[in-house]
Design a binder for this molecule. Sequence first.
Ligand code: SF4
Length: 280
Amino acid sequence: MLYIFYKNMFLKKHKTNVNISELVLYLSCPRKVYYAQRDSRASAALPFPQVEHMILREMGLSYPELLKTYSSKDEELFRALEALLFSTAEEIKFIHPEELANIPADIIKEATGNLQPGLRTIAENLLSLLRSEHGFGLVRQLESFQPGSLLHSETLVISGIPAGTVTIDGVLSPMIIKTGKCPDNGLWANDRLHVTALAMLLEGAGASPVKAGIATYARQGVIRRMNIRSDDRRQVLSVLSKVRKIKDGSMPDRKESSLCDSCAHSPVCNVQSSLASKFF
Ligand code: SF4
């Protein structure tokens, strides 16, 4: 009896580890976290690999170096971006061998061709950051960029890998890279949450309070800094507990969206929703 009591106490106290990528997945669809947890084969086979996004993400990792090297020479920066695109396209299969194992070379070629027309915009936005007065401080901070490595916080029981870190006001701070559309101002709400979660992870790994982070919108070449507020931290904790609940077995409601059309879980998700609606 006593054994069961202590066992239950331990189980209650034991917290399931959450990866920051699961928080990001939750924001796209809570049910994806549920299925990814239960069927790793489905998540591995998940979407039809988004080669364009992968190439852009790798390119985004090199923007700080480009800013450092190409100060304000328009054409040189554009040529450097072109070279970066082609070298990334050649290397991408070596960087993501599993995800791209079955992707034929012409898909990578097509993705590269799709990205080429956007290079002018990327170059213009990076140059305007270099030339603007407010961008100067940010460019200086980006000089300290280092690619991210795996971090774990014992206190929050979370782990994850930031795309990179930069030193802001003497504190190691996170940088994320996004490959979708950039908002007109600031960061998308989900991206604020992503940056904040990584900041809290860095703090848990021993850093001082992290007050800011950076988001790179790689498709447009836009790099923005955000200041982290208490409200952002509250939201991270709230999503964290919801993700943990899902990982512990609770299935969230189906969230119908445009993502459902290309979702690998769609067949099972549809069936489970109609069964649930029959019984409840
Ligand atoms: S089918 Fe739609 S609701 Fe179901 S897991 Fe996929 S994205 Fe989420």
